[in-house]
Design a protein around this ligand. Structure first.
Ligand SMILES: Nc1ncnc2c1ncn2[C@@H]1O[C@H](COP(=O)(O)OP(=O)(O)O)[C@@H](O)[C@H]1O
Ligand SMILES: [Mg+2]
Length: 300
């Protein structure tokens, strides 16, 4: 696979803060790559260096075989950038906004307009940008990053500050833009989002990459117990403890949860007791991976 982005030994300090503290990774052509981490992890700084918006203190970056710094005019038309704090031209409608962005790259108006449809905003073409909802504004800023049909698109927390429904709706758009061989690099502080959207994720904290790989591989690598929960009261805590295969048990008054490395034995025993009301079985998630590598709870 061709490496579209190669980052080696990247470092950036702001005064005493080591925002990016020795980061190395590569992104393959066509990959949906996620940089995942809590606020302050260094995601935006790393992304801005790769995009050519910021100079690194140390390290090498290659994007499509070119160095993004100093600003490389040969690279700009081939990448699309959605900044964390996206700003629009004032008082323009969604359509005008997108046409204006498109015109910077010589994109004809008709092609810009077609981009509204891709992000599900065709019904909002005549709405001034100030009147768009948070989710709609995010869609428009993604459309602006895509209007010139770049080979790589960088999205910095595109779903931050959206309600859960708008966030899920945007996932469909993000999947859509990654089809056709385009490379997508996304930062997020949402674990679930990274798990669902990304081919591979780099889990970042305090300027470093702690784990890198496909979400499922990172999660399986944990060898974490399964958690089986049922409605409180279905089983007493004592009965739960005595189930064959049960490790730890807990009851928060709503759910009784049993962790186990032998879920078949536990579920079979619970079924025999007719104690499966409201049953849910969960494996580990990326949050558990974060807890394992940092020793602390994940707080976005
Ligand atoms: N322009 C800046 N000047 C000084 N410190 C900064 C600047 N930008 C970011 N930082 C600091 O660098 C660290 C990483 O920030 P950032 O890259 O924005 O992380 P993230 O995007 O993961 O939230 C944080 O401690 C942040 O406060
Ligand atoms: Mg950021």
């Amino acid at each position: 696979m061709a490496q579209t982005i190669e980052v080696t030994g990247l470092r950036k300090r702001y005064g005493d803060v080591r925002a990016v503290d020795g980061v190395t990774f590569a992104v393959e052509e066509g990959e949906f790559f996620g940089i995942l981490g809590p606020n302050g992890a260094g995601k935006t700084t790393a992304l801005e260096i790769i995009e050519g918006l910021r100079e690194a203190d140390e390290g090498q970056v290659s994007v499509l075989g070119m160095s993004p710094w100093p600003r490389n005019p040969g690279l700009l038309p081939r990448i699309g950038v959605q900044l964390q704090s996206s700003s629009f031209f004032e008082r323009l409608t969604a359509r005008e906004q997108l046409r204006t962005f498109g015109s910077l790259y010589g994109v004809p108006a008709g092609k810009s307009d077609a981009m509204l449809e891709l992000v599900g905003l065709d019904g909002k073409a005549d709405v001034p940008v100030e009147k768009l909802s948070g989710g709609q504004a995010q869609r428009l800023s993604i459309a602006c990053a895509l209007v010139h049909d770049p080979e790589i698109v960088f999205l910095d927390e595109p779903t931050a500050a959206l309600d859960p429904q708008a966030r899920r709706n945007l996932w469909d758009v993000l999947r859509e833009i990654s089809t056709g061989g385009r490379t997508v690099v996304l930062t997020t502080h949402y674990m679930d989002e990274a798990e669902i959207l990304c081919d591979r994720v780099a889990i970042m904290d305090a300027g470093r990459i702690l784990r890198l790989g496909p979400p499922a591989v990172l999660v399986r690598g944990l060898d974490a117990p399964a958690r089986i929960s049922v409605a409180s009261g279905v089983l007493t805590a004592e009965d739960a403890r005595l189930l064959p295969g049960a490790d730890e048990t807990g009851d928060d008054g709503v759910s009784l949860t049993i962790s186990t490395r032998d879920p078949s034995a536990v579920v079979a025993a619970m079924a025999a007791k007719d104690a499966l009301d409201g049953v849910q079985i969960r494996g580990a998630t990326l949050e558990d991976v974060f807890l394992e590598v940092t020793g602390r709870e994940y707080r976005a």
